[in-house]
Each structure stands twice: as structure tokens, then as C-alpha cells.
Design a protein around this ligand. Structure first.
Ligand SMILES: *Cc1c(COP(=O)(O)O)cnc(C)c1O
Length: 452
């Protein structure tokens, strides 16, 4: 199975190379050469890890990881994605919430980050690579923590995180700084866009690249997209078995990575019905799906900060798959939810839906209310992308009680912080990255020795 670029400027690439590269050399995003059709099992696999190995196997045909895929999935997907009923006066037991926040950093990005770490680690071993690899991540919160957690203490890797100081929740900030060892976290005196610019400049810097093997792990990496198909496949199969109907999804959306994975799962033949996107006030997608031309905007800061995206990067994958506007608009719908409505939805969700919602999940819950108001009586599953305890300063005053962090997040919060302050300046980052190289290889050698 080969992978091609959305911009058609790259030769078909084997999956192992595409995973390592992340982004195609022509600047496009990797997509499978063709979308595979699955033969659905009579009985769904019991565990998420088994479903993951089954759904990913065809893409790994010809990969050096093919044999090890089940073991690799067992390590990456070692926590559940439960589908629980929503309760309250307007639900008749058929609506659900898909909780994707039971991983180590309490957001859905843990699944893909952990799979990527397993895959890159195994590829490194298979290829006998000895140079340490540095993974550079600009984050508005959740990606950085998930990647740091997944690569923490993994031999041969160093992680460098850039996040905008003061623009993430206090618990998100601690979740980014609590690692140490092979993870360096910089709190940048600037915005997320500054962090992204600095990461891009470093990744494109010849001098730096000569001295360090640098790569990224952002949401357009192939190794972030594919693993997300697994939880949709698993949920859809089990939902079909217990309810006899396809799973209709409402997905909180920023860069469109999570929703693109749901779309891919449906196209591969899994029993998924309609997919509706819920954005915050960054409403590029709702405008587009309502018929306006696609026009990226400057990013607006909202309460649902992990979805503050003005130019959703995975849009390029969907246009590549679907070709024209008409097919795209026939395939998905999208609604925007502003901060006032997010607040109101968080405050009323315990009574109306039986859950405490994070600001991102609240967008999706409100979209369910919009659909009901339009007379839609079908069963819907709302995707919960982060645990509400991660956004305690927003959620707790609105629900009127403390929201205790789940155990993995509590463990993170109990560790000391290791962040370093950094100016929002490309050269400042470069200066910090250069001298550390010697010590990074020493660490890698030391860790390799410990492994032996
Ligand atoms: C990243 C993130 C999103 C947005 O996901 P995309 O794949 O970028 O659309 C939504 N909610 C939370 C909590 C996130 O961390």
C-alpha cells in the first residue's frame, strides 16, 4: 500500500517512509493511494486494540511493522473509548457520548500520539537508526501534552514543545511542563501563531537540520490521522451490534483531523451515518458548508482553545478525496458555536444531558440541540474530546462544583514543572536547540545502554 500527496507532486511512498516524513516533500498531506474497503466481521473485536490492528492492517501491507502491528496496537490503545448514554428529559436512551479522554493526558490526541510513538520507535529499531530524532511541536495545548506523554523516556527521541504562555488553562500548562528527561517545554512569550512560526522556521533551517534530525508531529502527519480511525471503527461496529443502526456523529472540530478520521472510517465501509462538525466561533467550515467559498480567516481566541483554527489544515485531505464542492457539501455539515453559548451549554449540560462537558465537547452538545430544534429525531453520538477537569477554570464556576481530574491527569499534575521561558523569536529558539545536541546524544546512548 502506498501513500501519495494531496498536491500530487510526490511519487507513491511506502507507509514507513510516509510516517517518518509526516508531511509530503511537495508540502502536501499524505493520503492513501486508494481508500480500502473492509469486509466487516460478523462479531466486532472485543477490545479497541484488536479493532485498531484489524482496521490498520491493510494500510501496513508491506511495512516492516506489519507483523508487530497487533502488539504495537495493544501498547498504544491500552485505554478504552466508552460510548455512554446521554440522560435527561430530551433523551430517550438512544443518544450517546463517545468519551475519548481516558488517556494519559485526558484528550483524544493521546490515541494518535501513542500510536505514532510506538510506530516511530519500532521503525527506528528496524532501521538501525542511531542519530537521536528531535520532535518539534507547536501546541495550543493538547497536542503538546499528548506527544510529550507518548515519547517521554523513549530512547532515541527528544521532544521540544512550544506553547503560548498564559493562553492555555493552568492545568493544560502543567500538563505540558510536567515531563522533563527527554522532553523540553518552552513557554513562549507570544501567541500560538508565534509558536507555529518558530517551529516552521526551525524545521526549515538548514544549519539546524544538519546538526539535529528534526521532525514534527502536528495534526497533518499521516501518523496522527490513521490511528484515529480505530476508535470510530470500534464504536460503529459495537453500536451496530447493540442498536442495529449506523452511528451518527457530532465531532468538535478545529483542524479537521478527528472528523477526517471519522469520514475515512465511513468511506472504508464502517457503519457510520451522518457526520456533523461543531466548531467554535472560528467558523470557516460552517460558512463553507453553508455554500460560501472556502476562505481561511485569522484565528480568534475562544473558550474551546484547542479548536482555535482559522485555516483547518485537513481540509486539503477532504478536497483531495471528494474532488468538488458539491460532493464535499453533500458529505458533511457544520455549525459554529460562540463563547456565550459554550458557557450556557456547560452550565446546563449536567441537567439536560447528564454530563459535565469541556468547552470543546460543549460545542458538539449544542449542535445536537440545534439539530433537535430543526426537528431531527435520529439518535446521535456526541464526541467528547477532552476531560472537563482539564479546563477547570472555565468549567467549575459554571457547574458550581469542583471537577476532580482523572487519575492519569492527577499523576501529571502532582509532578514538578520543568518549563523554560522563551522569547517569541526564531533565533532564540535556534540558540536553545543548538548546544543541547551533545547532551541529547549522550542521553540517547545512556538510554540505549539501559535498554540492553
Ligand atoms: C485538538 C482538539 C480538538 C480539535 O480536533 P481537530 O482534529 O483539530 O479537529 C477538539 N477538542 C480538543 C479537546 C482537542 O484537543
Amino acid at each position: 500500500m502506498s501513500f501519495v500527496s494531496t498536491r500530487h507532486g510526490t511519487a507513491p511512498t511506502p507507509i514507513d517512509d510516509a510516517l517518518i516524513a509526516g508531511l509530503a516533500p511537495d508540502g502536501g498531506l499524505y493520503v492513501p493511494e486508494r481508500i480500502l474497503q473492509l469486509t466487516l466481521p460478523g462479531k466486532p473485536p472485543v477490545s479497541l486494540a484488536e479493532t485498531a490492528a484489524w482496521v490498520l492492517a491493510p494500510y501496513f501491507a508491506g511495512s516492516v511493522l506489519r507483523e508487530a502491528l497487533p502488539a504495537l496496537c495493544a501498547r498504544a490503545y491500552d485505554f478504552d473509548a466508552p460510548l455512554l448514554p446521554l440522560t435527561g428529559p430530551q433523551h430517550d436512551g438512544r443518544d450517546h457520548v463517545l468519551e475519548l479522554f481516558h488517556g494519559p493526558t485526558a484528550a483524544f490526541k493521546d490515541y494518535a500520539a501513542r500510536f505514532l510513538a510506538e510506530a516511530l520507535g519500532a521503525l527506528r529499531t528496524a532501521r538501525g537508526d542511531t542519530e537521536p530524532t528531535t520532535i518539534l511541536v507547536a501546541t495550543s495545548g493538547d497536542t503538546g501534552a499528548a506527544v510529550a506523554g507518548a515519547f517521554h523516556k523513549r530512547p532515541g527521541f527528544e521532544v521540544v514543545i512550544l506553547y503560548p504562555d498564559g493562553r492555555v488553562s493552568p492545568r493544560q500548562a502543567h500538563g505540558l511542563e510536567c515531563w522533563g528527561d527527554n522532553v523540553r517545554t518552552f513557554r513562549v512569550a507570544g501567541t500560538f501563531d508565534d509558536c507555529q512560526r518558530m517551529a516552521k522556521a526551525a524545521l526549515a533551517d538548514r544549519d539546524l537540520r544538519e546538526k539535529r534530525a528534526l521532525t514534527s508531529a502536528n495534526s497533518i502527519s499521516l501518523g496522527r490521522l490513521l490511528p484515529q480511525v480505530a476508535y470510530y471503527a470500534h464504536t460503529a461496529l459495537h453500536h451496530m451490534q447493540s442498536h442495529g443502526e449506523a452511528l451518527n456523529l457530532i465531532v468538535p472540530t478545529g483542524n479537521l483531523g478527528n472528523a477526517a478520521a471519522a469520514w475515512l472510517a465511513r468511506r472504508m465501509g464502517l457503519p457510520i451515518g451522518e457526520i456533523v462538525l461543531a466548531t467554535n466561533a472560528n467558523d470557516v467550515l460552517p460558512r463553507y458548508f453553508a455554500g460560501a467559498p472556502y476562505s481561511p480567516q485569522a484565528t480568534r481566541a475562544t473558550l474551546a482553545n484547542a479548536m482555535d483554527v482559522g485555516a483547518p489544515s485537513n481540509f486539503e485531505r477532504l478536497t483531495c478525496w471528494l474532488g468538488d464542492d458539491k460532493s464535499l457539501r453533500a458529505s458533511l455539515r457544520a455549525f459554529a458555536v460562540d463563547d456565550d453559548v459554550i458557557r450556557r451549554t456547560i452550565a446546563t449540560a449536567p441537567e439536560r444531558h447528564g454530563i459535565v462537558a469541556c468547552p470543546h465537547t460543549a460545542c458538539a452538545l449544542h449542535v445536537l440541540e440545534i439539530l433537535r430544534a430543526k426537528g431531527d429525531q435520529r439518535a446521535w453520538s456526541v464526541v467528547a474530546t477532552a476531560h472537563p477537569a482539564k479546563f477547570e477554570t472555565i468549567v467549575e464556576p459554571l457547574v458550581g462544583h469542583a471537577v476532580p481530574p482523572p487519575p492519569a491527569l492527577a499523576a501529571c499534575l502532582a509532578r514538578p514543572a520543568h518549563g523554560e521561558a522563551l522569547k517569541a523569536d526564531d533565533d532564540a529558539l535556534k540558540a536553545r536547540l543548538l548546544p543541547a545536541r551533545a547532551s541529547a546524544s549522550v542521553t540517547a546512548r545512556r538510554e540505549a545502554a539501559v535498554q540492553d
